[in-house]
Unconditional design. Structure first.
Ligand code: GL2
Length: 839
């Protein structure tokens, strides 16, 4: 391989210096960056200057790997995975990159020698919150695993100027604050102002027959917008692979409409620029709820078009002339339906712009795409009103009609006369107002379809994609989600990482199954004591954070019971509140009751337009206010709502949990990934048979999992017979008392109206079956308290949980995608013997 050394600079260096990783090299590079990039000398440098100088130092080390990866992929024409996702919830880069480079200790020492504290610098980083929750975070974990497994991959998405809002709590209510994550610059990205692609919107189409007799369609757009690439290297763990995350920013083709400008309409001239840039301004903060806004469809098409054009550019760069082997070079995963428009866009590019016959283009398209479904919630299934769709993407609508017609013709052959089936399968929903169904477009245009946990994949086949399953069962598979142990253990829980590594070596970080070797230690009293003390230190740190941030004192000896995730009725944060009020009533009834001291910790954002979710946050804070200040409780019960739950806060929270609350209504949480992060960090789970909880319980053993609640089948039965929540309330004195207490204004300064929407919904409708699961949950929680009193038993269960979590590494998930769907192999990256890095 030719090295990336400019002529005249071939210094042969020692291993550490060659890659710029000796402490002395790091220290000098850091000071250079402070001087030459930040333009500061130490006496006046701020913490942020130091953070940036360090970030640039680390980035240089990434670039060495990244450029070599890019060059290798290009030289070898490597088959590449493209992960298309509207969200990448990366979390802070610096710590993670230090871990993956294997440089954490060296940099810590280099900073110490400079009189700085690495932890303080890490705290300076503003996390890129380019996602809502689990779906966006999964994309980030998968990028980490792809690089770690040395799989050539590109993540394509949107560079939102404002990510998920920052949450403040005022008077118990959520207040949304704009997330200005780019305020101080972003040292991890490299803008590519010369890599610009054009994206069309609106207008009309016309057709003609060209001089070779071919039918051609031309799209005359109303508007053209530019996509500019911003690249972020994604490094694997202790390998030389650094993959590419390429996010697109929208800008105007011309900054000014000069004609308008010349006629004196200065504001009009600037308008177009502003309108164009709006496309990538802000992330829609709705998690699993369709908003149906035009701008959202523009975002989706914008980044998909940029991504596909970029792939074609790369494909042609490697010398290929026609696009007939496009699907051999690229395999594209659609992360939910947000990028589903790609199916029509690739067809348009192949047929209209590259003059490929329809049948061949369709073949390539279907071999290129695979689709992951992430939710069964009906309100999350994307569909676009036909008018809106057609006015924005007139050519794509034609293409979708054509795809649909050919598809339905085939269905007709298989099911003659079954018009109902045709109606159900059609990409166009004609049942009322007409819509384009994005899940159907994704399903028809893909060669593989998967759900994200075993139960979810089964339900997918029985519900939203039932007809597609009957048509093409061979396309369907399950790929249970996973999380990266690098961020969610090594970086966030150094204490436990050290303890585990001391006993079983460090192999488990890349081969999480190796944690099995901890099993015999579950009986080792010395090990158990160390295990407990790591957990206790983590809890002390979280307690200190809670004191600083929320002003509530919590006892690290109490049981930390944690529920952090987006706020949604199906996730049932309010079921946890019902149990807390139950415990509170028990203490009020019997002040001498010997109850395990408990701290309930909540965190999570509500979609700004989701009133019930916001009211649930207010309820949690109101209940916390009363309980935390009631002397009768004598500190045996504390309730805390941590504001602004995000990746950074997750890293503090998971390692400090004793009990993980995974209490969604069975059948609603597609997988969940927080459940995995908690268990991996030694928390025991109280949970329903929902999403990946089912598989976690299978792995860790039923005896090490606190199970409660109705199963999917039992709930189906309940609804079939007519679910009457009021019967559960009327026949359960404690439940009734708890509901009445909330309704009475006890937690709302006598205001009986405030929480009425919650209480009334539970009595009358209770879509998510809280009342049906209440008693089982309360009983199960009492079991938890009993086991917690036996610390030896609890610790043993905790160790066994961790030992058996190997399956839930995102490395396992990515290996499955590689084998079953992508058919892609690792490519080793070797760094050249000489380097730019001067000692
Ligand atoms: C979600 C699911 O709700 C969640 O259960 C799953 O773990 C993730 C990742 O597969 O996807 N679907 C979804 O739309 N969001 C999720 O978190 N936002």
């Amino acid at each position: 391989m030719t090295s990336l050394i400019p002529p005249g600079c071939p210094t042969v260096l020692t291993e550490d210096d060659r890659t710029g990783t000796s402490i002395e090299t790091l220290r000098r590079a850091f000071m250079d960056n402070l001087f030459f990039i930040q333009g500061r000398f130490p006496e006046v440098a701020t913490k942020n200057d130091y953070y940036l100088a360090l970030a640039y130092t680390v980035r240089d080390r990434l670039l060495l790997r990244w450029l070599n990866s890019a060059k290798t992929y290009r030289d070898q024409e490597s088959r590449t995975v493209c992960y298309l996702s509207a969200e990448f919830l990366l979390g802070p880069h610096l710590g993670n990159n230090l871990i993956n480079l294997g440089l954490y200790e060296a940099v810590e020492e280099a900073m110490r020698q400079t009189g700085l504290n690495l932890k303080e610098l890490l705290d300076q980083e503003e996390e890129p919150g380019l996602g809502n929750g689990g779906l966006g975070r999964l994309a980030a974990c998968y990028m980490d695993s792809l690089a770690t497994l040395e799989i050539p991959a590109i993540g394509y998405g949107i560079r939102y100027e404002y990510g998920i809002f920052d949450q403040e709590i005022r008077d118990g209510w959520q207040v949304e604050i704009t997330d200005k994550w780019l305020r101080y610059g972003n040292p991890w990205e490299i803008p590519r102002p010369e890599l610009i692609l054009q994206v069309k919107f609106g207008g009309h189409t016309y057709s003609y027959t060209d001089d070779q007799g071919r039918y051609r369609v031309v799209w005359e757009p109303h508007q053209v917008i530019q996509g500019v690439a911003y690249d972020t290297p994604i490094l694997g763990y202790k390998v030389n692979t650094a993959n590419l995350l390429r996010l697109w920013r929208a800008e105007a083709v011309e900054s000014f409409d000069f004609q308008a400008f010349n006629t004196g309409d200065y504001y009009g001239a600037v308008n177009q620029k502003i309108a164009s840039e709006n496309i990538t301004k802000v992330l829609y903060p709705n998690d699993e709820q369709l908003q149906g806004k035009e701008l959202r469809l523009m975002q989706q098409y914008f980044f998909c078009s940029c991504a596909l054009q970029d792939m074609i550019r790369l494909y042609k760069q490697s010398g290929n002339k026609d696009l007939s082997r496009f699907h051999e070079k690229f395999t594209v995963q659609l992360n939910d339906t947000h990028p589903a428009i790609s199916v029509a866009e690739l067809m348009r590019l192949l047929v209209d712009e590259h003059l490929m016959p329809w049948e061949q283009a369709w073949d390539i398209t279907r071999q290129t795409f695979a689709y992951t479904n992430h939710t069964l919630l009906p309100e999350a299934l994307e569909k676009w009103p036909l008018d809106l769709f057609g006015s924005l993407l007139p050519r794509h609508l034609q293409i979708i009609y054509e795809i649909n017609q050919r598809f339905l013709d085939q269905v007709r052959l298989q099911y003659p006369g079954d018009n109902d089936r045709l109606r159900r399968l059609s990409i166009i929903d004609e049942s009322g107002c007409r819509y384009v169904r994005m899940a159907h477009l994704a399903a028809v245009g893909s060669h593989a379809i998967n759900g994200v946990a075993a139960l979810h994949s089964e339900l997918l086949k029985q519900t939203v994609l039932k007809d597609f399953y009957e048509l093409t069962p061979q396309k369907f598979s399950n790929k249970t989600n996973g999380v990266t142990p690098r961020r969610w253990m090594v970086l966030s829980n150094p204490g436990l990482t050290r303890l585990i590594t001391e006993r079983i070596g460090e192999d488990w970080v890349k081969h999480l199954d190796q944690l099995r070797r901890l099993e015999p230690l579950a009986e080792d009293r010395d090990f158990a004591a160390q295990w407990r003390s790591v957990k206790h230190e983590n809890k002390e740190r979280l307690a200190a954070y809670i004191r600083d941030r929320v002003g509530v004192t919590v006892d690290p000896h109490s049981l930390f019971s944690i529920l952090v995730k987006r706020i949604h009725e199906y996730k049932r944060q309010h079921l946890c509140v019902l149990n807390i009020i139950t415990l509170y009533q028990m203490l009020k009834d019997n002040p001498q009751l010997d109850m395990v001291p408990q701290t309930f910790i909540f965190g999570g954002k509500a979609a700004p337009g989701y009133y019930m979710a916001k009211l649930i946050i207010k309820l949690i804070n109101s209940v916390a206010d009363v309980i935390n200040h009631d002397p009768a409780v004598r500190d045996r019960l504390k309730v805390v709502f941590l504001p602004d739950y995000n990746v950074t806060l997750g890293q503090r929270v998971y390692p400090a949990a004793d009990l993980s609350q995974q209490i969604s209504t069975a059948g609603y949480e597609a997988s969940g990934t927080g459940n995995m992060k908690f268990a991996l960090n030694g928390a025991l789970t109280i949970g329903t048979l929902d999403g990946a909880n089912v598989e976690i319980r299978e792995e860790v053993g039923a005896e090490n999992f606190f199970l409660f609640g109705n199963t999917v089948e039992q709930l189906q039965e309940l609804w079939r017979n007519g679910y009457r929540p009021w019967e559960f309330a009327n026949s359960n004195p404690m439940l009734k008392r708890v509901l009445d207490l909330i309704g009475s204004g006890y937690f709302s300064h006598g205001d009986t109206a405030l929480f009425r929407p919650i209480v009334e919904h539970l009595w009358q409708n209770d879509r998510y079956c809280l009342l049906a699961d209440y008693q089982s949950y309360v009983d199960c929680h009492q079991q938890v308290l009993q086991v917690y009193q036996d610390q030896a038993q609890w610790t043993k269960m905790s160790i066994l949980n961790v030992a058996r979590m190997g399956k839930f590494s995102s490395d396992r998930a990515i290996r499955e995608y590689c084998q079953d769907i992508w058919h892609v192999e690792p490519v080793k990256i070797v760094l050249p013997a000489t380097s730019y890095m001067t000692p």
